[in-house]
Design a protein around this ligand. Sequence first.
Ligand code: SF4
Length: 241
Amino acid sequence: MSAEVIRVSEIFGPTIQGEGALIGQPTVFVRTGGCDYRCSWCDTLHAVDSEYRHTWALMTAAAIMDRVAELSGDSPLMVSLSGGNPAIQPLGELIGMGRGRGYQFGLETQGSIARDWFADLSVLTLSPKPPSSDMVCDPAALDACIAAAGDARTVLKFVVFDDRDYDFAREVAGRYPTLPVYLQPGNHTPPPPDDEDAAVDMTGIMERMRWLVDKTVADQWFAATVLPQLHVLLWGNLRGV
Ligand code: SF4
C-alpha cells in the first residue's frame, strides 16, 4: 500500500466550476496546499502561504476519495484539483482510484512542474502566469507539461489585467496553435484569507471584462474564449462555494 500523503487545504462542493473550459459544470474541489509561485495577485493565499500550513491536512488518496464520495453522495462527477500548485503533490494514486469509481479529474496548474499522471486527467488546464503576476513563465517547463499530458485534453488559460498580460497570452498561445485558449479578466481584490466577506471590486471586474472582450475582438483573436470568473460574479470572494 502506498505511504504517500497529500497536503490538502480544503475539499468542498459539489458546486460549479467557475472558470475556464469546465465553467458551469458541477464539481467537487480538492484544493492542495503549497505553491512554488508567489503571484502578486494570488487569490488563494490560504493554500499557498506557509503561514496557513497549520490549516492544511495530510491525507491519503483513499481518505480524500472517501470525502469526495461523501460530498457527492457516491455519484461520480468531475473532481477539480486545484491549489496552490496541485502538481507539487503526488496525485497519481488519487486519480487512478477515483477513475476506478467513475469519477473524472480536471487539474489547473501554472505549468511549472510536469507529472506523468497528467495523462490520466480528463482536462489539464495550464495557466501560465503573465507579467502582472511578477512571476516568470518557463517555456521548457510548459512544453514538458503538454508532453506529459499526451492525449489528455489540454487547454490554456490566461488571467489578463493589462496590455502586457494580453501580449503575453497572445505570444504563448501562438506557440501552441492546437490548444484551446481561455482568457479571464483579473480580479484586483484578492481576499484577505481570514476575511471571507471581503468586498469584491465588481465594477472593476466588469470594466476589465468589457475591455478584454473589445480587445480580443478588435484583434481578431477569434480562437480565444473570453470568460469571467463565474463564482466571483455569484458569490464574490466567499470561500468553499
Ligand atoms: Fe497563487 Fe496560482 Fe500564483 Fe500559486 S500559481 S501563487 S496558487 S495564483
